[in-house]
Design a protein. Structure first.
Length: 133
């Protein structure tokens, strides 16, 4: 229901009277979207999330852009065999996605993405590793 909430938030600036109608149609659109996301396999939903959060502006599936390719990221972190160490690496990556960072792939820094929730960051990172082996 996060989608519905975010649609509702975006419409929230309108006056209450107008907001009622806008909210109703906004929620309807949100429900339709939520239905579509639920109907898709999880990997597709997370791909959509990565696109929606602008990750794909700098990360291509197989080519280096401003940031490393998803394949390169997946190869590096999927090489961690120990499940606990891998989970810790995913946590660290999710934190880095939100706060930004540099030095792991070269001199270009990744800017902070504070608009991405911790849960979404972890979801996208897990998808990056699973879907781009
Ligand atoms: C403006 C460009 C840009 C955007 C937008 C961007 N990244 Fe990055 N990303 C980079 C760069 C550059 C690096 C390499 C940083 C480094 O060398 O430590 C990177 C590195 C990463 C890494 C690997 C970090 C590591 O330490 O190995 C992950 C995972 C990642 N990005 C995920 C994301 C996700 C998820 C998003 C969307 C929320 C995102 N990025 C958005 C540029 C970007």
């Amino acid at each position: 229901m996060a989608l519905v909430a975010s649609v509702a938030q975006r419409t929230g600036a309108a006056s209450r009277a107008v907001a009622g109608g806008v909210l109703a149609s906004g929620m309807l659109a949100g429900l339709v979207l939520a239905g579509l996301v639920l109907a898709s396999p999880p990997a597709r939903a997370d791909a959509a999330l990565a696109a929606q959060k602008n990750c794909m502006g700098c990360h291509h599936a197989v080519q280096r852009r401003a940031g490393p390719s998803l394949q390169a990221i997946a190869q590096r972190y999927n090489a961690i065999a120990d499940p606990k160490a891998r989970a810790a690496a995913i946590d660290g990556l999710a934190a880095k996605v939100r706060s930004g960072g540099r030095g792991s792939w070269g001199v270009v820094p990744m800017p902070a993405n504070p608009q991405v929730s911790e849960a979404d960051a972890r979801k996208i990172v897990a998808w990056m590793l699973e879907a781009h082996r």
